[in-house]
Design a protein around this ligand. Structure first.
Ligand SMILES: Cc1cc2nc3c(=O)[nH]c(=O)nc-3n(C[C@H](O)[C@H](O)[C@H](O)COP(=O)(O)OP(=O)(O)OC[C@H]3O[C@@H](n4cnc5c(N)ncnc54)[C@H](O)[C@@H]3O)c2cc1C
Length: 279
């Protein structure tokens, strides 16, 4: 991720390494989401992965040909991108970024849930390497994974202020993780947009959380979030975290500042871009 895509204080994991994980289950959660559960494949995931909560995210290395083991840049986090670039362009894995929705101890290893948005073209066809992979994933399929830590900045949270999270459906797994990690009684306001009413979820939290959902029908991503933030009054003590489509993220960040949030108190990450991407 480049600076233009993210303005946050990331917390990096200590011992991250690229390693292979194996699908153990897939679950269609709702019209817009499929959950894929993975565990260490040839090595224990726990050797290089430790759950951090909040919006912990990983890079996934997806195979060029489904069911084949992906060609990944094995090794430590440092230099992974250069090692990936040096791999054969026709064979190397496709990289996409996803949130760790949950991590559970299973014997000596960790099992991780990743919730993929099943995004589709105007004709209704599921599009995208990752969404297409997830919808067809089967137990036994192997992908690569590299832990990247968190982007949400707990140190930016003022106990006297409000945590404001704004995101489209790609941010729902992060919203769940952040809600679960907030301290007891912390005031929080989450503005969340989905394209199906059934994609809404209960956010389990100890915080004093007000969740406002918007359903998007036939309008560009972020449109409903713009409506949801209209009329909200923020203060310099609030910590705002915005994720979603790149253009919407920048507009919503500006609106959060207009609503009263301090410039340095708005963190954001462009989770996806509208243009087509090569593998
Ligand atoms: C830190 C981080 C965490 C993320 N966590 C999650 C997560 O937990 N779950 C999740 O689903 N996504 C998450 N994302 C977003 C995800 O990485 C992107 O949506 C990614 O582009 C999906 O890859 P793809 O191969 O399916 O589609 P791509 O091949 O990247 O794109 C194909 C086409 O689909 C469009 N497209 C891509 N994503 C969407 C979308 N969500 N809605 C509509 N159109 C889209 C693109 O503009 C393009 O036209 C996260 C991103 C980041 C940076």
């Amino acid at each position: 991720m480049t600076e233009s895509q993210a303005r946050t204080t990331p917390t990096k994991p200590e011992a991250a390494e690229v390693l292979l994980v194996r699908v153990v289950a897939t679950t269609r959660l709702s019209p817009g989401f499929v959950r894929v559960t993975v565990i260490g494949h040839d090595e224990l995931l726990g050797r290089t992965f430790a759950p951090m909560g909040y919006d912990q995210w990983v890079r996934l290395f997806l195979p060029r040909v489904r069911c084949e083991v992906p060609v990944v840049p094995y090794g430590e986090n440092e230099g992974w991108y250069l090692r990936w670039q040096e791999l054969d362009q026709e064979e190397r894995a496709t990289i996409r970024n996803y949130t760790v929705r949950a991590a559970r101890r299973v014997a000596d290893d960790w099992e991780i849930d990743i919730d993929f948005v099943v995004h589709a073209s105007a004709s209704g066809q599921v599009e995208g390497v990752a969404a297409g992979w997830a919808i067809a994933a089967q137990p036994g399929d192997v992908i690569g994974l590299l832990d990247q830590g968190t982007l949400f900045d707990p140190a930016g949270v003022d106990p006297e202020g409000t945590v404001v999270m704004i995101g489209d459906e790609t941010g729902i797994p992060a919203a769940e993780g952040i809600a679960a990690a907030l301290p007891e009684g912390q005031r929080a306001l989450f503005l969340l947009e989905v394209s199906h009413a059934e994609d809404r979820r209960e956010l389990v939290t100890r915080a004093d959380l007000d969740v406002r959902w918007g359903i998007r029908t036939g309008v560009p991503s972020g449109t409903v979030l713009t409506e949801l933030i209209t009329g909200v009054e923020l203060t310099e003590r609030d910590y705002v975290y915005v994720v979603g489509e790149a253009g919407a993220v920048l507009r919503l960040r500006a609106l959060a500042q207009e609503a009263g949030a301090g410039k340095e108190r708005v963190d954001f990450c462009a989770y996806w871009r509208p243009e087509r991407r090569a593998g």
